[in-house]
Design a protein around this ligand. Sequence first.
Ligand SMILES: Cc1ncc(COP(=O)(O)O)c(C=O)c1O
Length: 473
Amino acid sequence: MGLLSRKATCNSHGQDSSYFLGWQEYEKNPYDEVLNPKGIIQMGLAENQLSFDLLESWLAKNPDVSAFKKDGNSIFRELALFQDYHGLPAFKKALVDFMAEIRGNKVTFDPNHIVLTAGSTSANETLMFCLADHGDAFLLPTPYYPGFDRDLKWRTGVEIVPIQCISSNNFQITESALQRAYQDAQTRNLTVKGVLLTNPSNPLGTTMTRNELNLLIDFISDKADMHLISDEIYSGTVFDSPAFVSVVEILKERNLLKDSDSDVWNRVHVVYSLSKDLGLPGFRVGAIYSQNDTVVSAATKMSSFGLVSSQTQYLLSAMLGDKNFAKNYISENKQRLKRRQKMLVSGLKKAGISCLKSNAGLFCWVDMRHLLQSNTFEAEMELWKKIVYDVRLNISPGSSCHCTEPGWFRLCFANMSEDTLDLAMKRLKAFVAESAGGNGRRKSIIGHSSGKKKSPTKWVFRLSSRDREQGDR
Ligand SMILES: Cc1ncc(COP(=O)(O)O)c(C=O)c1O
């Protein structure tokens, strides 16, 4: 008999993945332009710090909102007492309108079908609890967000079966890969309860094609009791063509939203959060959107375990309810992401490194296969260690995202200043040049920021170890 429960001590949390280990290494020696210019630059954290000034300027113009006032009167007590797990109606309305705006208002969402959760982490886990039993499986296209091992599996006992996507078709989902995953689950005697896709993809930084979405809808339509979860947490980050297409848009095009003979729409659920598009992971605001009343009702009851605080809901209902602000924010934020992604891609190019063509997200999926000593995951780990300890960049190895091909890495670009990104690229370039020319001059790789300003920066470099253990991204 142990001191703790089996759940508390089982290792399916995934904390020992290189994805999380990289964060720990960063934390021991974090880069700071002034205080620690030779430290590790954090490129393993999908945070969006590019548009904080827009949020801050809105707050400055609307001081009543953060002072908990409405029409000049304090609503502090009302907010302090509010405890409804259905959420503030004004916030749910503002959130569904924001989601529609991101989708170009091609689809709309009914606030009665939204369940508020403490981020997408909680939304995804809640859906697992609602849709699957311990030992059931969900199919997930690879490479996928490393946090899913924790969010989908750890407490629920649900299994993830990978749909193995490969570089030769830019990691798109194919019918044969989907069928293979399904067969694989059956061979393992697992009941498949559905497919979970991330659109746009983390870590690929690409949007899903209509073909892929249709393939997945057909797949679940054919089978009773099979669900499709679409995690659209990056939907507002699509900065380049092709445009973002939500699974809901496809359902609408195929007339599956209204068709009373069809129960497909009842089996499609959208997950969203303000952690990426608004850059507010600390606020813990997420949502499940489902047309299925039973799922909405069960998920609402479960949301008691991870509610969004009422002052957060109040603040954001005012901010997102400001339609002009919301519209401008979405468009300006995309422009900034686009510029940043370009900077990263051109910096990599100068270092002789290419990446998957991307149009969304806060990261690029980078091809470093030519830098491997051999085509193995051991070689990928060796390269990763060199990049973390010698080049001092924390990046995420493809193996932590369950990529089946060694040599791919995820590099984030929106959690640092342009100067820091520039320095990161210079370090990488020096490393590649050194690797090509043999050994010896390791110290020269680290270098200094070319930035003119040497004053303390407004970029927030994170965090305490406690935060990091609990965090995701
Ligand atoms: C695809 C995906 N889903 C969910 C999450 C969790 O986000 P949240 O902060 O909303 O819990 C992340 C965070 O990186 C993510 O990339």
